[in-house]
Ligand binder design. Structure first.
Ligand code: KG4
Ligand code: ZN
Length: 333
């Protein structure tokens, strides 16, 4: 069974093909990073227009790389939410057109679930009970996948998403966009324990997190140095900021796993590409005797293969979407 997956929820026009739920046949991304970089963030209107231009050529490339044609595909899967409404509409409209014209089943995919389920392409069937940390530009949550195959949210950020915090601080430090990879790179030359930034809600019994205070603390620290006429060590700032985010995510996720009897941890979403987050989870899960499933970096950030993988699961379970499929910018997990 071949599933074509279309992803246009944010700033990547991405298409992938997955065979029999677990085999990646192709994964093509037309990135819009350069278009949005001058604005320091994604401009929704610009994103929607760019998707419109890039989508059909990206579908063609993904099919060529997969060595198949549209007639060979068994279903067309598309992200229907959450995301930017105009951006989502481009993908969903195209998917409907393809499904109708080629008489293929249509499948509506949840972007957040897809970030988690992409792990099956490299790690095989995701065996519950497991905890997934979903950390992206728009989301930060800890979810549990139960024996019943359902995802349950255990906790989430009460303010900024982790990726949003990375991007905002990077902009403040004068680094490029998107900020996450820039901070990751710079932090490698810094001392993660140089500056004691706050770890809000770390000791709270629940699994919610708060990241906006950390952002404010970094800004205040830099302004204080500036007022005193001192030069900050930006690598130390980046490393210490990153460590504060990572500390909280590791603590909360491992505690959720221990409390809820979850046996494995999946890291998902763009921030799961962060090298320090990956290293610290590897260490902590090793010590706690938990399995750790981490997708390779290109499968962490937005991509079409994740939509195809999640779509293949839905196809296998018989969950098809009607041609009236709508988009939902706030679709919950
Ligand atoms: O999942 P994603 O590609 O798009 C959304 O669904 O939001 O995540 C994008 C986010 C951006 O905020 C980006 O800065 C962050 O992931 N990111 C990283 C790294 N690579 C991407 N954050 C920290 N370290 C990285 N290496
Ligand atoms: Zn995403």
């Amino acid at each position: 069974m071949l599933v074509l997956g279309i992803e246009t929820s944010c700033d990547e026009t991405a298409v992938g093909v997955v065979e029999d739920r677990f085999t990646l046949r192709s994964n093509v991304i037309a990135s819009q990073v350069e278009l949005h970089a001058p604005y320091g963030g994604v401009v929704p209107e610009v994103a929607a227009r760019a998707h419109l231009e890039a989508l059909l050529p990206t579908i063609d490339r993904a099919l060529v790389e997969a060595g198949c044609g549209l007639s060979d595909v068994d279903a067309v899967a598309v992200t229907s939410g959450p995301g930017l409404i105009g951006a989502l509409l481009v993908g969903v409209s195209a998917a409907k057109g393809l499904a109708l014209a080629h008489d293929k089943p249509l499948i509506g995919v949840n972007h957040l679930r897809a970030h988690v389920e992409v792990a099956q392409l490299e790690h095989g069937e995701l065996e519950p009970p497991l905890a997934a940390l979903v950390v992206s530009g728009g989301h930060t949550s800890i979810v549990a996948l139960g024996e019943d195959g359902r995802f349950r949210q255990l906790g989430a950020t009460i303010d900024d998403a982790a990726g949003e915090a990375f991007d905002k601080i990077a902009r403040f430090l004068g680094l490029g966009y998107p900020g996450g990879p820039e901070i990751d790179r710079l932090a490698r030359q810094g001392d993660p324990h140089a500056i004691a930034f706050p770890r809000a809600m770390r000791a709270d019994p629940g699994y919610d997190v708060s990241l906006s205070g950390l952002k404010t603390a970094v800004v205040r620290y830099l302004r204080r140095l500036e007022a005193a006429g001192q030069e900050p060590d930006l690598a130390d700032v980046a490393a210490s900021f990153q460590e504060a985010i990572v500390d909280v995510q590791v603590d909360k996720t491992l505690r959720a796993a221990a409390d809820q009897g979850l046996e494995r941890v999946v890291l998902a979403g763009g921030v799961a590409a962060n090298s320090r987050l990956r290293a610290r989870f590897a260490e902590a899960c090793g010590q706690a005797g938990l399995g750790l499933l981490v997708p390779s970096v290109p499968l962490c950030t937005d991509n079409g293969a994740m939509v195809a993988a999640s779509g293949a699961n839905l196809l296998a379970a018989g969950h098809l979407a009607p041609l009236e499929l709508g988009v939902d910018p706030n679709l919950p997990l």
